[in-house]
Every structure is written in C-alpha cells, then in structure tokens.
Write a protein that binds this ligand. Structure first.
Ligand SMILES: Cc1cc2nc3c(=O)[nH]c(=O)nc-3n(C[C@H](O)[C@H](O)[C@H](O)COP(=O)(O)O)c2cc1C
Length: 353
C-alpha cells in the first residue's frame, strides 16, 4: 500500500544530517501528498540564523526522500515553500507510482554519517575528487570545490577551528553546545542531540570537556592557561591534517537556495560514503559570520567580530570565492570507522486522510 511505502520512505529521509542532530522536521501525509514542515524551536542557536542550517537539513532530507522513492517505485514532484504565508512549510512532495529505479546512492543512505576521527593526510586520487565534484552537476545548482594544498590546508584548518575558540568563550554558544550533548547512550531516544562518543574526543579532551561544562570554570581557565585557544589550536592542527577541505558554493541566499544546498550536501556526502571517504562538516566559523553581517552580531564580543570576519576572508580566499556564498564546508579523507553514530527519533507524521 502506498501509505506504508511512504512511511518507509520517510524513515529513509530522516537518516539525513541536521545541525546538532536536532531533526527539525515533521510531516503531514494526505493521500499521495507529503507536506514537510520545519520545527524552528528545534534549533534557535547562533549557528542557525533565519533557520538556514535547518533548511539545509531539510534539503538533505528531501534528497534522501527522492533517492528512496526511486527504490520503492515512485517518482516525485517536489515544490519548495508551497505556502507563501508559512515559511515553516518547506515542501510538498507528490508521489506517483512508477517502475523501480534504484539510484547507486540508495545503499548508502543508512551508512552515511559524520566521522570526526582524524583523517590521513594523503591527497585523494583525481578520479575520486572528480566523482565528488560531479555528484551534484546534474542538479543544476551549486558547485563543490576541493582544496588540498599544504598552505591552504593550514590556513583553513585554523580558520575553521575558530568555531571552537568562540564556542568556549561565548556563553550562548557554550550553553547551546552542552544542551545538545547526550552523555548517556540510553538518553538518545528522548530528544535530538549528539551522543558524546560521536564527537571523538581524545581521553584528555573528554576530561576537559566535562570540566568546561561549568561556565565559571571555563572563565577562569580561559585566562590562565587560555584553554579556548589551546583547544582551537589543537583542533586546527587536526583539521589541517585531513586529505582535503570541500565546500558547497551557492548563488544567492534565499530559503530555496539553502534547501537546494542541503540536496547538494547530501549528494556529495553519499558519494563520499560510497567511495569510503569520511566527512566532518566544519561550519561554525562561516555561520557565525551570517549573525554578524545579517543580524548585527550583538551576542558576539568586538574581539570575536574581528576574529570571525578575518577568518572568513581567509576561508573565501582559500576556496577562491569572490561573489558567491560558501554554504557548507567539510573536512574529508580516509579515516577509521567512527566510534559511534547518532540515532534518530521516530518521525512525527500526521495522517490527514
Ligand atoms: C547544516 C548542518 C551543519 C552542520 N555543521 C556541523 C559542524 O559545524 N560541525 C560538526 O561537527 N557537525 C556538523 N554537522 C553534522 C551534524 O552534527 C550531524 O549531521 C548530526 O549530529 C547527525 O549525525 P550524522 O551526520 O552522523 O547522522 C552539521 C549538519 C548540518 C545539517
């Protein structure tokens, strides 16, 4: 029955990534029409200005749904933001029964995950890089650029790790981060968030992270020995030792552009999974800039305004981007399997008919 198939397709859909695994989606199924809604309260963080990060997550969800539909024998017609009065109504998808058309990416929906382990600093073969960049060419929006020379790796590693410096110096971001860490595996069914093991802290880092949960401890340790700078430096070095950094670059910054970016992100990520390449998104530094340029950035100190702006100039130069917008950055490479994987909540589906 179509309704059972669509439920299975939704379950494949929600394997998509979302910021802090917040899973900001809910569904309404009316015959062969699936309406997808954003849940803004799921992520009100400084990473998610105007729900842009959540729209990217919705794009990844939609891409999964399109891929899964083919495997169940349906074609899909997607309309983005069908209700101009309601920006939480992200998409309507109409399913039409057809022949089974299994995409080569379908087997990798389950396998894709964020892998925050160290990567091997070995340049990826040209053929693999080409497969990654080609994976989105038929979509007709966005480009995927890869940077992997030593000098730019160093610059990008440290510029992207500015996220961690700000995270451990800004109370809003610190509190949001700690609110989303799940310390005990059995709590994963209760709410979105990431299980601590998926963050791949080394033993000494885990000790520090537990201690730094208390803002007052952090305030002291940021003076002597400057713990936020130490963490940022250590992570910057780790990031620079990846095989490459990859960025999705988009034209325009409408809600639709962000959803489309999510589709590109998912295509590249599934293709990487197929090639055995680990991916770790590193977006904090670029998303903080949006807060400053589009929202005044009043939650950031003057020192952080400068740090974030300067780092973004370095990032754009490294990717050689002038007019377009970088909407998503990964570090990529060959790595061991992740220690743990994030779980998904059961999707909220309202059956209208
Ligand atoms: C828009 C967006 C931005 C993200 N940015 C980051 C990031 O900056 N750092 C990070 O470690 N993970 C980032 N992630 C990955 C999520 O934390 C991850 O997808 C989520 O925890 C679920 O885990 P999974 O990808 O293993 O399924 C991002 C994901 C999305 C969709």
């Amino acid at each position: 029955m179509m309704i059972n198939d669509i439920e299975k397709i939704i379950n494949d859909g929600v394997l998509a990534p979302s910021g802090e695994n917040c899973q900001p989606w809910k569904f309404e199924l009316n015959g062969n029409r699936l309406s997808i809604f954003n849940i803004p309260e799921a992520d009100m963080s400084l990473y998610n200005l105007k729900q842009r990060g959540s729209y990217i997550a919705h794009g990844a969800l939609i891409e999964n749904i399109i891929i899964s539909s083919g495997a169940y024998g349906y074609t899909t017609t997607v309309s983005l933001f069908p209700n101009k009065e309601n920006e939480a109504h992200v998409a309507d998808i109409i399913f039409t029964k057809s022949e089974i058309l299994e995409s080569s990416l379908y087997p990798f929906l389950q396998k894709r995950c964020t892998n925050r382990k160290d990567c091997i600093r070995k340049i990826l073969p040209n053929e693999e890089k080409k497969q990654l960049t080609d994976s989105i060419s038929d979509l007709g929006f966005d480009t995927f650029k890869i940077v992997d020379d030593d000098a730019n790796m160093e610059v990008l590693g440290h510029a992207l790790a500015v996220n961690e410096r700000v995270l451990f110096e800004n109370k809003y971001i610190h509190d949001f981060f700690y609110d989303h860490i799940i310390w005990d595996k059995k709590d994963e069914d209760k709410a979105g968030g990431f299980f601590v093991d998926t963050l791949e802290f080394l033993p000494h880092q885990l000790k520090a992270v537990k201690l730094l949960k208390h803002w007052w401890v952090l305030k002291i340790l940021n003076v002597i020995p400057g713990v936020s700078k130490i963490i940022s430096k250590e992570n910057g070095e780790k990031y620079a030792k990846s095989a490459a950094f990859g960025a999705i670059i988009m034209e325009g910054s409408t809600k639709e552009n962000y959803v489309n970016t999510g589709r590109s992100v998912q295509r590249v990520w599934l293709t990487a999974t197929k090639l055995g390449i680990a991916m770790h998104p590193c977006n904090g530094t670029i998303y903080f800039l949006d807060q400053i340029t589009d929202n005044g950035g009043k939650e950031f100190s003057i020192q952080h305004h400068k740090l974030i702006k300067d780092s973004n100039i370095k990032i754009r130069n490294a990717f050689n981007v002038t007019d377009s917008k970088i909407s998503f950055i990964f570090r990529i490479g060959k790595a061991d399997e992740p220690t743990a994987r994030s779980k998904r909540l059961k999707p909220i589906i309202k059956f209208v008919n």
